[in-house]
Design a protein around this ligand. Structure first.
Ligand code: AMP
Length: 417
């Protein structure tokens, strides 16, 4: 029986990979320009890191983690997100002793046992950006400015930046209680999951897609009506800095984000080009995360971009596939050793050259060159070779010219690169 990939786990095929390279290279360029450095963290961590960091009463920890016991009896989990791991690395390697401010990014796969559908997978890739060690609202705005700049650089349009403030450890409990009181009267309208969330994590009900839950929560009290003066001041400053940077945004009091560790600023960028899974990226401040992980407390803010969703939004008119510069059509086996030497040299020069290994007819080789979308074909026959000549055909204009084998590599380099 043929073995297939696991549901929700995708192959990224060669004709798609060009888009991924473009996104990842642009991310590196933009983020490094803003003073961020890459960090590479393991895919597997101790389960406790996520249950403590993300919070027991979140969907991720309750039902979406790939957790297993290894051969030594340790409970391990495939990372469902990168923030907790990045915070762990910052603490473990005491990066703060060099400078408390760490600006980091990481690119890689995450794993969540969610119900697969378009735009939602069980292995998916994120670009994750975090700033540790700064409480100042200027950095909240700076991170958002960088995010929008990056999304525009990759060519995204029809974006909407939504922001909210979720309050802090001091003011959010009061909101939670008010929300709970309000929703208790509507408990009969809530789905089974949300009835449970009402006790464990009522804010999560905002994210529920069930229609009756959405109706129940429609007139619920808003989190930003309950935030303390300190949080209000922080939020006002964030807005002021965003406005100073000329960024338009929408206040979305219903955006609460899924993870427990968020405090104060929360934001999402949605695209109206996507269907129901319209969030391309989301993030926020999490000043309580470090307290959960160790003895060293530090504020933090960051965001994660879903690469699959981002790639699906890239401009359709852009070409991301790297086609061969040149196809070498060699006629007659006698020439093959020479062709082999030429193609090796071309590859060393960075010229993408393809070859027919089977000694097929010229017609069949030209057909293959066409299929591969090679820009030029170099036709090498035994007679031409003896005379020190070859024919170069431009596949777009269909024009042909005779070129000398002497200095061939130089000629091709000038023409093709
Ligand atoms: P989160 O870590 O849940 O805040 O998600 C951040 C971003 O990752 C989202 O805006 C999506 O673009 C992407 N994302 C989250 N979960 C998935 C998933 N299961 N499949 C594909 N992309 C996802």
């Amino acid at each position: 029986m043929e073995i297939k990939a696991i549901r929700g786990f995708n192959d990224i095929l060669p004709d798609e990979v060009g888009k991924w390279h473009f996104v990842e290279e642009t991310a590196r360029e933009v983020f490094e320009g803003f003073g961020f450095s890459e960090i590479r963290i393991p895919i597997l961590e101790r389960t406790e890191l996520f249950s403590r960091g993300i919070g027991e009463a979140t969907d991720i920890v309750e039902k979406e983690m790939y957790t297993f016991t290894d051969r030594s009896g340790n409970s391990l989990t495939l990372r469902p997100e990168a923030t907790a791991s990045m915070a762990r690395a910052y603490l473990e390697h005491q990066l703060y002793t060099f400078d408390p401010v760490a600006k980091l990014y990481c690119i890689g796969p995450m794993f969540r046992y969610e119900r697969p559908q378009k735009g939602r997978y069980r292995q998916f890739y994120q670009i994750d950006v975090e700033v540790f060690g700064v409480e100042n609202p200027m950095v909240d705005a700076e991170v958002i400015v960088m995010l929008i700049h990056f999304l525009r650089r990759v060519g995204l349009e029809k974006l909407e930046l939504q922001i909210n403030s979720l309050g802090c450890r001091d003011c959010r409990p009061r909101y939670r209680e008010e929300l709970k009181k309000f929703l208790k009267q509507k408990a009969f309208q809530l789905c089974e999951d949300c009835q449970r969330r009402l006790e464990t994590n009522p804010l999560r009900i905002f994210d529920c897609k069930v229609e009756t839950c959405q109706e129940a929560i429609a007139d619920a009290p808003k989190v930003n009506d309950f935030i303390c003066p300190e949080c209000q001041k922080h939020f006002d400053k964030v807005r002021e800095y965003l406005e100073a940077a000329g960024l338009a945004y929408i206040l979305n009091p219903r955006m609460v984000r899924g993870l427990d560790y968020y405090t104060r600023t929360a934001f999402e960028v949605v695209s109206y080009q996507l269907g129901s899974q319209n969030a391309v990226t989301g993030g926020g401040r999490y000043d309580n995360l470090f307290g959960e992980l160790g003895d060293f407390d530090s504020p933090g803010i960051g965001f994660a971009i879903g690469i699959e969703r981002l790639v699906s939004l890239l401009p359709k008119d852009r070409e991301f596939v790297q086609y061969p510069h040149l196809f070498i059509a060699a006629l007659g086996v006698e020439t093959l050793i020479e062709v082999y030497q030429i193609i090796n040299q071309l590859h060393l020069e960075g010229i993408r050259a393809e070859l027919d290994y089977e000694g097929k007819s010229l017609k069949s080789q030209m057909r293959r060159a066409d299929k591969l979308k090679a820009r030029y074909v170099l036709i090498l026959g035994e007679n031409e070779l003896k005379q020190g000549k070859a024919v170069l055909r431009n596949m777009e204009t269909k024009s042909q010219e005779e070129i000398s084998m002497e200095g061939l590599i130089d000629i091709l380099r000038k023409k093709l690169l």
